[in-house]
Structure formats: C-alpha cells, structure tokens
Design a protein around this ligand. Structure first.
Ligand code: PMV
Length: 362
C-alpha cells in the first residue's frame, strides 16, 4: 500500500522514548486462513477488550555503529528476553519499507502484560499492536505533522503485518478487518471501527475468560492458518464468514442477543471444526472446554438468560453476556464453571475503547 510508504522524513530526532498500552480482542466472526502478505481470506469482526493489555515502552537512540543491521534489545517484565527477539526482528523486516527508520536507531523495548504470563491468552494481538503504535509515535516525530486518522490506520496496518488479528486492537469497540460488500470502508489491509448502528444491548458487554489450559498451544495459529490452503471446506467457510457478518449486522442493529449468541457460538465451533478437519488434523479444545460449553447450554435452557461463549485458537472459553444480566450470569460462572479452570483462574474483562498512550520519561 503506497499510502503508507513515507517520503523522506523532514525532521531528525536524536533519542527519546514513547509508550503505549494496547488491548487484546476477541473475534465474533473469525479470521482463519490467510494469504501473503498477511491478508485475510475472509472478513472478521471483534470486540476490543479492556483488561487484557500489553504495555510497551520503546526507547530509541541513534545506533552507535551505523549500518544496515537491526539493533534492539527486549525486556519482558523487567528481564532481558531473547525468546521474543526473532518474532520482533521478523516484524521489523516486514515493515521496514513502511518505516525505514527501524534501521537508523537502536531500540530498547520494555514490555509487560496485565494478564498473567503463560495464561494461554495470546499476547500477539496486544503485543504487536502496542509495538506498532510505538513505531507510529516515533514516526510522527520525524514528520512535520500527521493526522490522527492516518496515525491509527497505519498503526493498524503495521500491527497486521506483525500478527493479523493485532490490526483489530488499535481502537474500540467493534472492529472489522477484511473486505465485506455491505460494510463501508472495510478492507484487507487494516481494521476499521464498525460503521453501522449498534443497539445499546451490546454496550458494556462482558467477557469472562475461563483459563482452562495455560500450557503452550500444540499448534500455532500460523500453522493453523496455513492448513486452510487446500482444506476441503475452505471455500465454503470463507463464504460463510461473509454471510455471518451480514447476519450479524442485522443482529447488532436490532439488539437481538439470541441471534448474536447463535452466530458467535457457531463461529467458535466452526473455527475448531476447521482445525479438526485440516490435514494434518488437530484439536485445541480440552475435555473441560466441552464440559463448560455444556454447562452454559444447560444454564441457558433452564434460565433463559442470554449467556454464550466463543473460543479463540486454544482451550480457554470466553463467556460473553450483556450488562443487564451480568450479576446472575457472573454468579453462575463462579458457582458452576470456575471449578473447570486450571487452578481456578479466570479473567473478568469487558468490551473496551482501544489503545492509549503512556506518559514516559525519556
Ligand atoms: O492473529 P493470529 O494469526 O494469531 O490469528 C488469530 C486467529 C483467531 O484468534 C483464531 C481468530 C481471530 O479472528 O482472532
């Protein structure tokens, strides 16, 4: 996208520091399957979360030994971390035509998550979007002026190149990524705020995340996405995502929570259905994932309360429910579901407003 390739920078900066905290997000219509360069095979839509965040501070200074190599150190929760470096190096390489200054500076990247380390919660969306926002803050110091709208668009565009779903973590509270005929402005390159009407029923929606399994996933999402190439059901799945997004538009407008739950749960099970029918096939759900799902269905049938679930690429269960019924539904979660969580751990989150800038001393 030429729009994001800068002409020569007008200013020079010496050293400084910038910081952002950026949230995770949970997809309602899932992105699963991509083509180069990190473009989705179907459109997706997500709720931006609030409590699950990554905080990143990026110190920058001119490189001591000028040259073409990348120069950066990463600190995770205060400790130097070598394990994150290859992923960040790959990200810098992917974005360097859009941010050529990445080879001019040495960076010290300090990062931490608000959610517990190794909770099975993917930190790639929050982590990559925080990093992209820091780079945009540096870029905005290298040019005379930058419009806020451009800043956010390019941050989402860069975040996408780090991890696809990260492009949906810049703003709140409902974000669409991927071209869809009925959603104005939707495109494959960056996320946009859902432009159409949303009923107040969906304001302040809750997401309680049950940590069913905190272990490392056996199959990464990169491998999973790639298995959609040549997948026997891929073509229909991509069409279905378009249809589900159209159906969701009506549901969001009318405040139809029952319809919302149907689409969301079907999307979650279809995502895992794609995994189970890939070649090679794999299963990321655990026995307790299924126990929780059945408990939710029983409770919903017995009480009529509007509680539903979704899953990301793992065993954890996201339980989504509206503000109005939150007291009774949260009581049910505590009474009947927490026992299925590893060490009884869960996270109370809700729909959020997007990333925010941190005040940092350089
Ligand atoms: O952003 P990635 O490559 O980690 O893919 C994430 C895919 C899902 O979380 C399973 C679905 C989605 O749309 O977020």
């Amino acid at each position: 996208m030429k729009e994001f390739i800068p002409s020569a920078y007008s200013k020079q900066v010496e050293s400084g520091a910038v910081g952002w905290q950026s949230p995770s997000n949970i997809a309602l219509v899932k992105y699963w399957g991509k083509r180069d360069p990190q473009l989705p095979e179907n459109p997706s839509i997500s709720f931006t979360l609030d409590a699950c965040r990554t905080k990143t501070i990026m110190h920058y200074s001119p490189k001591i030994y000028p040259g073409n190599s990348l120069s950066f150190d990463v600190y995770f929760e205060g400790e130097k971390n070598e394990a994150f470096k290859p992923k960040i190096a790959k990200f810098f390489e992917r974005i360097e035509q859009y941010c050529p200054f990445v080879r001019d500076f040495h960076f010290k990247i300090e990062t931490e998550n608000t959610f517990p380390h190794s909770s099975g919660i993917a930190s790639s969306a929050s982590g990559m979007s925080a990093l992209a926002l820091c780079l945009m803050s540096i870029e905005s110091e290298l040019v005379d002026s930058m419009q806020d709208d451009f800043f956010k668009k390019k941050a989402s565009f860069l975040a996408r190149l780090g991890s696809g779903s990260a492009c949906r973590s810049i703003e709140g509270d409902l974000i669409v990524w991927g071209e869809h005929d009925n959603i104005k402005g939707s495109n494959d390159f960056y996320g946009i705020q859902y432009p159409d009407e949303v009923h107040p029923n969906f304001k302040n929606y809750h997401d309680t995340i049950l940590l069913i399994d905190k272990g490392e996933k056996q199959v990464s999402s990169t491998v999973g996405h790639n298995l959609m190439h040549g997948h026997p059901f891929a073509k229909n799945r991509f069409l279905q995502a378009h249809e589900n997004l159209s159906k969701l538009q009506a549901v969001l407008k009318e405040g139809d929570i029952e319809g919302f739950i149907k689409i969301m749960e079907s999307e979650a099970l279809t995502l895992h259905g794609m995994m189970m029918t890939s070649s090679p096939y794999f299963i990321l759900m655990k026995p307790n994932t299924l126990k929780v799902i059945n408990k939710i269905w029983n409770f919903r049938n017995e009480t009529g309360l509007p509680v539903g679930f979704t899953l990301d690429a793992g065993a954890n269960v996201h339980i989504l429910y509206p503000e109005n019924d939150s007291v009774r539904i949260f009581q049910f979660i505590k009474d009947q579901l927490v026992e299925y969580c590893q060490n009884g751990h869960y996270i109370c989150d809700r729909i959020g407003k997007g990333a925010s800038q941190l005040k940092v001393k350089s």
